[in-house]
Design a protein around this ligand. Structure first.
Ligand code: EPZ
Length: 430
């Protein structure tokens, strides 16, 4: 298993190109199951989860070809799904990537059957899929759970039917699966209290490009006119706001001046507002889509309060990275994690680096500034790993981060990008 060793103390200087959004790319890839025409996707990030989704789609009979850009950071894909010989997403793949559940809606709506392994619990919480199944069932599917698999079927010759549905709370994945299912349903579907995350909108815009009329994109009420068939499309995935946020946090803790290219600034507004309160400055060039950030060592970070919530509020996927930054603020910050019940696993590892953090239920009190000193730490999930890398940027001596396969699931060459802006960081292949 590869590990990363980085030496703290350097400030960041230079420019980083932002990759495509993993969490937008995955549902967009699943959309290829809606049509026998070819879907061409561009600007997918070169990360392990994209490869896993290619494997899932491959087991469902999809012809997948892909090309990696000369920079090795981006992938273009061609996906064609004629007639699957199998309608099953197996446990071996689903257990490595929960987003595999997103094949349920499109398989069911196009072919009337789908068998998808239950993903099981994960490092950040229980993460059930009841909201996904409730929608499929309300649309007319029979749902059974057998031997650890969700078996969803429709009576022969029947289509899913359009519904008016209100989600009891916001779920990104359930909104995406429902959008995919509604695309070929009979009649109109209205999804209320839908997730408004940019990744959901990216999927919706792709579906529109495939010939599915959708109103209300970017709002909490989505209206989808189900069609008999969907067509192919050429589509470019949005930039990864969580990657942008991760580099913003890196700059906030390490100082220096950094330009991030290919940014949609509204997508990171909640983080920028929080860090502005903490004393970081930024400028955005809307024409060139370049976000420029600066922090001098004399500019001390102030403590802040953060509470994670669905978009457009503060994202849970930036909580760990921001916590690492706040270990250096002058006073006590509080972080409330409202989305996942077990997303403080990085706290123990940050403590091993010298951070002073207490947990009280869903609230973490981060007492700063702490003098961090490098040691060996272990990543527990994707964003926790990024938080540890960020803490390592200011730790005295060297920090070794193990189990970085988590990092490689969602960040396109994070180590390489940080090295290019002056960080002493290397990957050890073992
Ligand atoms: C997506 O997960 C992202 N993953 C996550 O990013 C992200 O943290 C999360 O949304 C929240 O923004 C992908 O897009 C692939 P949810 P998802 O359904 O869709 C509960 C990363 O690091 N819930 O919005 O699984 C659930 O347990 C990952 O890139 C149910 O109870 O998240 C959670 O508490 C990690 N029943 C809350 O809702 C359901 O049927 C929100 O989860 C579905 C969800």
């Amino acid at each position: 298993m590869d590990k990363i060793i980085l030496r703290g103390g350097s400030s960041l200087h230079g420019s980083i190109e932002i990759s495509g959004a993993k969490n937008a790319a995955l549902p967009c890839m699943a959309a290829c199951l809606l049509t026998d025409e070819t879907l061409i996707l561009k600007n997918l990030p070169a990360v392990a989860d994209i490869r896993t989704m290619e494997k899932v789609l491959g087991t469902l009979g999809t012809l997948v070809s892909h090309e990696t850009s000369p920079s090795l950071l981006a992938i273009s894909q061609s996906l064609t799904c004629n007639q699957p010989s199998e309608f099953k997403a197996p446990y071996e793949l689903v257990k490595t990537m929960r987003a595999s559940i997103l094949v349920l809606g499109p398989l069911l709506t196009r072919f009337g059957k789908a068998s998808v392994s239950l993903p099981g619990g994960c490092a950040i919480g229980a993460r059930p899929i009841d909201l996904h199944l409730e929608v499929m069932s309300k649309m007319g599917a029979s749902i059974d759970i057998h031997h650890g698999y969700v078996e969803a079927t429709l009576p022969a010759g029947k289509r899913l039917k359009g519904i008016d549905h209100t989600f009891p709370y916001v779920s990104v994945g359930a909104t995406e699966n429902s959008l995919l299912a509604a695309a070929l349903a009979d009649g109109k579907t209205i999804l209320r209290n839908a997730a408004q995350e940019p990744e959901v909108s990216d999927l919706a815009y792709l579906l529109v490009a495939m010939g599915i009329p959708i109103e209300g994109i970017g709002t909490s009420t989505l209206r989808i006119e189900g069609q008999i068939r969907a067509g192919g499309a050429h589509y470019t995935i949005i930039p990864d706001r969580i990657e942008v946020g991760t580099f913003i946090c890196a700059l906030a803790i390490a100082g220096g001046s950094l330009s991030l290219t290919g940014v949609i600034v509204e997508h990171v507004a909640a983080l920028l507002m929080a860090l502005e309160r903490s004393g970081c400055k930024y400028q955005f060039d809307a024409t060139k889509k370049i976000l420029s950030l600066e922090r001098s060592p004399s500019n001390r970070l102030q403590p802040i309060h953060i509470s994670t919530a669905p978009y457009p509020d503060f994202p849970t996927d930036l909580q760990a990275q921001c916590m690492a930054v706040l270990t250096q603020a002058e006073g006590t910050s509080t972080i409330v994690e409202n989305i996942f019940e077990n997303r403080f696993q990085h706290v123990m590892e940050l403590q091993r680096l010298g951070a002073s953090i207490d947990i009280d239920g869903r609230t973490a009190h981060v007492h700063g500034p702490s003098r961090l000193s490098g040691t060996t730490v272990m990543a527990s999930d994707l964003r926790a790993s990024a938080g540890l890398v960020i803490a390592g940027l200011v730790a005295e001596g060297s920090t070794t981060i193990e189990r970085i396969y988590h990092l490689d699931r969602g960040y396109a060459h994070l180590d390489h990008k940080l090295r290019s802006v002056g960080v002493d960081i290397k990957r050890i292949k073992t």
